[in-house]
Design a binder for this molecule. Structure first.
Ligand code: BYC
Length: 320
């Protein structure tokens, strides 16, 4: 773990100047560089939330692992969930370079002191949900995360490169699954439409509150952690997704969706922001269940952590 570095007061102006110069030159801040406490805290907050989202995000899809309709679909889904566990681990490792400990972050998640993405508090009711999560949820994640590959904090930016490559594969598998269903029976097409109707608005909410209600965006953009505002990324996602929906043959559940020639973008309706706030505060359809499952998994894994620590201690004694 990298210890938190504090500057001597007389060094501060020079250090601040260097930090700002690195940001302005589009270079990377690295773990041993001096950084303002608030920059560190913002990164810990965002990276921890992101890591928690990857880990909690395995639950809605995991619901279908034992009921996937074929061996091929089961193998794909298993591989996807494993990728997500991997993303969570890179991200916890990136957070640890900022001087926090993974176990402390897990404690904060299961005690409700740190957040994870609102999207994972919705249930997966039919197998088409697996395809729609790949298409819409991973699609939204890619829009949000590709710019994070240029984030000013080196370990986070580098972790995002691999995460984005894998997410783009996830998105394509989701779209392929939906295409297969859309070429199937009437009942299968209805399943896809039902899943799209339920996941469309929560997917738009993944980008966060509208810019006017986003307390963190301005500072995060000034530090080049975020490269675009929440609304800019939401618009990019809508513009990317509408033609894909047409090609797939599904209707997006928004009567206000229409092409705006002047803007060269799609106009769309307002998500229900009170729903986002409710879900973020813990009152979504599955919040309690998600945290309970995570807590139980953490408790069940205690013996593994103890065994690994005992083994590491013995190895150290043996080899000095
Ligand atoms: N859910 O000032 P704002 C994935 C919170 S993808 C919950 O705009 P910021 C995956 C926000 O944290 C999902 N909370 O914040 C995909 C803040 O609260 P605090 C994960 C949300 O940070 C497929 C407050 O609301 N992706 O993992 O500037 C399969 C005000 O918001 C949400 C990431 O984490 C939300 N939707 O912008 C498996 C990407 N939206 O912290 C896994 C990295 C907002 O002040 N994160 N809040 O108490 C980000 O890009 C940014 O943190 C956000 C929010 C755009 C999400």
């Amino acid at each position: 773990m990298v210890p938190v570095q504090t500057a001597e007061p007389e060094q501060v102006p020079e250090l601040v100047e260097r930090f700002e110069a690195v940001i302005a030159a589009e270079q990377r801040i690295e773990p041993r560089d001096w950084m303002p406490d608030a920059y560190r805290a913002t990164l810990v907050r965002q990276i921890a939330q992101h890591a928690h989202s990857e880990i909690i995000g395995m639950q809605p899809e995991g619901n279908w692992l034992t009921r996937a309709p074929s061996l091929r679909r089961k193998a794909i889904l298993l591989a996807k969930a494993q990728d997500e566990a991997g993303h969570g681990l890179y991200l916890y490792a990136a957070a640890e370079t900022l001087g926090v400990d993974r176990s402390e972050l897990t404690e904060k998640l299961i005690s409700g002191r740190q957040k994870y993405s609102s999207i994972f508090n919705y249930p997966t009711l039919n197998f088409a949900d697996v395809g729609v999560i790949g298409w819409l949820v991973d699609g939204a994640a890619i829009c949000n995360q590709v710019p994070l590959c240029r984030c000013s904090y080196g370990p986070y930016a580098r972790a995002m490169v691999r995460v984005c490559k894998e997410e783009s594969f996830h998105q394509r598998q989701g779209y392929e699954l939906l295409m297969t269903l859309m070429h199937g029976t009437e009942a299968q097409r209805a399943m896809v439409q039902d899943a799209v109707d339920r996941w469309w608005w929560p997917s738009l909410m993944m980008f966060g509150p509208p810019d006017g209600d986003s307390p963190n965006t301005a500072q995060s953009m000034a530090w080049r952690i975020k490269r675009h505002t929440n609304d800019e990324l939401r618009q990019r996602f809508v513009d990317m997704t509408v033609p894909q929906a047409e090609h797939l043959g599904v209707t997006l559940p928004d009567p206000e969706l229409r092409w705006n020639e002047e803007r060269g973008s799609w106009d769309f309706g307002e998500p229900d922001w009170s729903e986002l706030m409710r879900v973020i505060k813990g009152d979504g359809p599955c919040n309690t269940q998600r945290i309970e499952v995570r807590r139980a998994a953490h408790e069940d894994g205690a013996w593994v952590r103890e065994a690994a620590a005992a083994y590491a201690r013995k190895e150290k004694e043996r080899h000095g």
